[in-house]
Design a binder for this molecule. Structure first.
Ligand code: NAD
Length: 295
């Protein structure tokens, strides 16, 4: 049993922390929300009033926060993790954040005597609750090996993507591809329907032909062919357009700093910005099909 400090008990962090509790670990959580902390206590964990109290004597410190600025603050402020944690602790940041902040934060942590890995996830709230997340891990071999037993509790597929920041690189490249492929899939169904080809017939053909992709076969944006997809429940999320836009913006920031041309990623970012600006940020990202249908 390890002593774990867990910072950020939101939609993802709370179920992840609960799985660590269920596996027998001694988990103390901190969040700005009292309700989130109470939910962890109800599940058998403990809660703390400060980051310092959450990380005191912790061997493992996990964070699951909204964006890079929150991660920087939690780690580097005077009452934060690096100042208050026990040097030698293993730091696992599972937030989706920009590559530069991930790499800079890891360098600062190593300089302060900690081992740190970036370990963003895919799999959503359902995967967090079921303990079936995919983790994409950046860091040293030693850091990965130390983190793996804990990631195995919270996830199912654990990949070492390379050095510090590479977990975030894998995450944003995957989600940039997902955004592009979702728009492409929606365009194909929309065009087919406008030309008189019904969605099920197109699905039957394309899902066994060269247009096949995850956005079609597991998450079809047209209602009908895939019963579990959000298209069949009014595009209730799922994975919101706002979350897709966050990851696409991170991909474009990273493409800029690497001088990489990503014209399709850029166009996908513009289209999800349009969807969010139209008031549909909280709709599932596959709802971009409706936006295309209206144009
Ligand atoms: P969320 O907004 O539900 O949770 C974030 C939590 O962090 C909140 O409870 C908030 O109170 C807390 N927080 C913010 N600042 C804090 C601070 N300074 N100290 C302590 N707590 C603080 O977000 P989420 O959906 O749980 O997502 C967390 C991360 O996981 C994000 O980076 C997101 O991009 C990523 N992610 C989310 C999903 C998903 O489906 N929700 C999927 C994959 C990755």
């Amino acid at each position: 049993m390890s002593k774990i400090g867990f910072i950020g008990l939101g939609n993802m962090g709370l179920p992840m922390a609960k799985n660590l509790v269920a596996a027998g670990h001694d988990v103390t959580g901190f969040d700005l929300s009292d309700a989130a902390k109470s939910a962890l206590v109800a599940a058998g964990g403990a809660s703390a009033d400060t980051i310092a109290a959450a990380v005191a004597e912790a061997e493992i410190i996990v964070s699951m926060l909204p964006a890079g600025k929150h991660v920087s603050a939690v780690y580097t402020e005077a009452e934060g993790v690096l100042a208050q944690g026990d040097a030698g602790a293993l730091l696992i940041d599972s937030s989706t954040i920009d590559v530069d902040t991930a790499r800079g934060g890891s360098a600062q942590a190593e300089a302060a005597g900690f081992t740190m890995v970036d370990a963003p996830v895919s799999g959503g709230v359902g995967g967090a609750a079921a303990g079936t997340l995919t983790f994409m891990v950046g860091g040293t071999e030693e850091g990965f090996a130390a983190a793996k037993p804990y990631l195995d509790i919270m996830g199912q597929n654990i990949f070492h993507a390379g050095g510090s920041g590479n977990g975030q690189v894998a995450k944003i490249c995957n989600n940039m591809l997902l955004g592009i492929s979702m728009i492409g899939t929606a365009e194909a169904f929309m065009l087919g329907e406008k030309l008189g080809l019904d969605a099920q017939t197109f699905f039957d053909i394309s899902s066994t032909a060269s247009g096949q992709c995850w956005s079609m076969t597991s998450y079809c944006p047209a209602p009908g062919p895939v019963p579990t997809s959000p298209a069949n429940k009014g595009y209730a999320p799922g994975f919101t357009a706002a979350m897709m836009l966050k990851d696409l913006l991170l991909s474009q920031e990273a493409a800029g700093s690497a001088a990489a041309a990503t014209p399709m990623g850029q166009r996908a970012t513009e289209l999800y910005t349009q969807m969010a600006d139209a008031g549909d940020a909280d709709m599932d990202f596959s709802g971009i099909m409706q936006m295309l249908q209206k144009q």
